[in-house]
Design a protein around this ligand. Structure first.
Ligand SMILES: Cc1cc2nc3c(=O)[nH]c(=O)nc-3n(C[C@H](O)[C@H](O)[C@H](O)COP(=O)(O)OP(=O)(O)OC[C@H]3O[C@@H](n4cnc5c(N)ncnc54)[C@H](O)[C@@H]3O)c2cc1C
Length: 607
């Protein structure tokens, strides 16, 4: 069951790439190294056994995708090609130009369609799951709304799998698809599933900067661009000011007046440090007054391809037998190389910003992108509700406090292809005599009544403000106080402000239309109601975690160079919250201690 037709999800994943431990480059990659990089990348806050399993099955994922017809890029020798992504010093990221996600989705969708065609799978497009039905403590079905007709439907099952994606849209602005939401995960949380590490959010360093208050979506420029682009801001504040005032162009800043701050601070990984590190470094420069974007906050840095144009242009000329190329020839060949590698991303950037990134550096800034937190699951991906499994970005499992690039798809596909088929069958083995589950039980009737009641309350609320009004307010609180940098004062304020926002929302939100039609405002109001509660829990989780790790940066806990300071003695645990009723501040924290047996826990260092 899915809200959007599967093929439409492509909007969400135009730039994907996917990891596997790869031996092709002879650069020493291995299962252990992928495992190690992922644990270190997550700042030692992920479950060791899960991550090792992920690294082990990573190779199978690529084979599976190739078998489904995904046209991965290949080298001249016919082997699959690889790129580097942040936080690694090997090339292990497989890609299909700048649209790996789209191609993966088409591969998976074709395979799914075949099963639909064989009558083995029934597909419910444009349906939204709005509650879970539990019978005798086990997940036995869901209540869903047909988004076209508004009809409320009961679906029974022996097991339920939630794979509803991440909750980045709690910030209103994010790189996620507009419809991405937390409702399915939040509804099962309310039914007893613990929600883990909600404060772990990934802010991606390479997005097009915000340009105004009416914007509803942010655009990601792929991390792969950091293979070729160098990130910088002017060394002199007056240059940054002149750029913002439109009096100076970046191409007029001399090489010695540019601060390639990632190369300066992290010589070993340079522009390919992990996302959390790169994002914080951009914020640090902009907070210090060196931002180059002329928006409200002056937040933006450059991603510059001029060095790569020269390097690759010269190589291309040599390859053609031209050992004395002119500067013009080098530049033309370098641009051609970039176009072959990243052409569609460059075109997209130009269409959005009206600037030509072959001629002038791209402007980028961090934006909310991915959520490492999610529904708590055990090693079998089962939540604390028996029979309710959670896969992909919706669960909390493998990334700890920060996810490395290209490993979301690795994890999602591992969960779906190589973990759940085994663990669900194990669960179902005990259900062999259960028989068909009726949808006529009181439990189904109660769950349906809950859904109908909440829809009717919103439609009859007679408020005065749109759903987006509240969503934007929530987003601002989250970005300013539960965003890239957090502190005790801000988080305490955020908790109170969100609790107040919740009250105002229920009093004053206005939802036009009716329940029995296509009604996008009604869809949104139900999702924003859940985002508000989740937002409060995120702030509570961030407040209790008195340390900095990965994407969770508490200003009080940093070293002299502004790097994260973990507290392994007191916080080496997964924080899993239990719902205790409408008042979110009453949720109870459970701690799952993290044990590292194969990896020596250390301070994360990319220098
Ligand atoms: C712009 C962008 C680029 C990215 N690039 C990369 C990359 O290069 N490499 C990488 O590894 N990762 C990348 N990611 C992350 C990765 O795409 C996601 O983590 C991944 O797609 C999550 O997959 P999923 O199946 O768990 O969830 P999703 O892909 O979000 O799918 C969730 C599905 O659940 C449905 N749904 C949600 N709620 C309900 C409900 N209540 N009822 C019914 N259906 C529901 C939705 O309609 C959707 O079909 C990128 C993400 C973005 C936004």
């Amino acid at each position: 069951m899915t809200i959007w037709k599967t093929k439409r999800n492509i909007a969400r994943c135009k730039e994907h790439a996917i990891n596997e431990k790869s031996q092709y480059q002879n650069d020493g990659d291995s299962v252990y190294r992928l495992f190690y990089d992922t644990i270190k990348g997550g700042d030692y806050r992920a479950r060791e056994a899960n991550v090792h399993r992920l690294a082990e099955v990573s190779g199978n994922i690529i084979d599976q995708c190739v078998a489904q017809g995904v046209p991965f890029a290949r080298e001249y020798g016919g082997m699959l090609d690889n790129r580097s992504f942040g936080g690694t010093q090997v090339q292990r990221t497989f890609y299909a130009a700048g649209q790996t996600g789209q191609q993966l989705l088409l591969g998976a969708y074709s395979a799914l369609s075949r099963q639909i065609g064989l009558g083995r799978v029934q597909m419910f497009n444009r349906h939204e799951m709005l509650d879970l039905v539990k019978v005798d403590g086990k997940a036995r079905g869901i209540i869903a709304r047909n988004l076209i007709t508004g009809e409320i439907e009961r679906h029974s099952a022996h097991a339920v799998v939630i794979a509803s994606g991440g909750y980045g849209n709690v910030y209103f602005l994010s790189t996620n698809a507009m419809g991405s939401n937390v409702t399915a995960g939040w509804k099962i949380h309310k039914q007893g599933a613990l929600f883990a590490n909600p404060c772990y959010v990934q802010i991606h360093p390479t997005c097009i900067p915000v340009h105004g208050t009416n914007q509803s979506k942010l655009t990601l420029m792929s991390e792969s661009l950091r293979n070729s682009g160098r990130i910088w801001v002017p060394k002199k504040k007056e240059d940054a000011e002149a750029i913002r005032a439109g009096k100076l162009k970046p191409t007029q800043i001399a090489e010695e007046d540019r601060d390639y701050y990632l190369e300066r601070r992290y010589p070993a990984f340079g522009n390919l440090v992990p996302r959390d590190v790169a994002s914080r470094a951009a914020k640090e420069r902009c907070d210090a007054g060196y931002g180059i974007e002329a928006n409200d906050t002056n937040e933006g840095v450059y991603l510059d391809f001029s060095t790569e144009i020269q390097t690759k242009g010269r190589q291309a000329a040599y390859a053609k037998g031209n050992h004395n190329p002119t500067p013009e020839e080098i530049t033309a060949l370098g641009k051609q190389w970039l176009e072959e590698k990243y052409g569609n991303l460059f075109t997209m950037y130009q269409k959005i910003t009206d600037e030509n990134p072959y001629e002038t550096p791209m402007k980028i800034y961090p934006a909310v992108h991915y959520t490492m937190g999610g529904v708590w699951v055990d090693y079998n991906l089962q939540s604390t509700i028996p029979g309710c499994f959670v896969a992909g970005e919706a669960n909390f499992s493998d990334h700890g406090a920060n996810r490395l690039g290209a490993s979301a798809l690795m994890q999602g596909l591992a969960d779906g292809y190589f973990v759940l088929p085994y663990t669900i069958s194990n669960y179902l083995a005990d259900e062999i005599r259960t028989g068909k589950i009726s949808t006529e039980s009181p439990e189904f009737a109660e769950a349906e009544a809950r859904v109908k009641d909440s829809i009717s309350k919103f439609l009859n609320n007679n408020g005065t403000k749109s759903v987006d009004y509240f969503h934007k307010k929530l987003g601002l609180i989250m970005w300013n106080k539960v965003g890239m940098a957090r502190n005790e004062k801000g988080l305490t304020e955020a908790i109170a402000e969100i609790a107040q926002l919740k009250e105002d929302f229920y009093k004053d939100v206005y939802v036009p239309g009716s329940a029995d039609e296509l009604n996008p405002e009604l869809e949104k109001v139900l999702r924003v109601a859940d985002f508000i509660e989740l937002g409060q829990l995120m702030a509570m989780d961030a407040l209790q975690r008195k340390e900095s790790c990965g994407g969770h940066f508490r200003e009080e806990y940093q070293d002299a160079e502004g790097e994260t300071l973990r507290d392994d003695e007191n916080f080496k645990f997964v924080g899993a919250w239990e719902y205790k009723g409408d008042d979110i501040s009453k949720e109870e924290l459970h701690k799952e201690e993290l044990k590292y047996e194969e990896i020596k826990i250390a301070a994360r260092n990319y220098k």
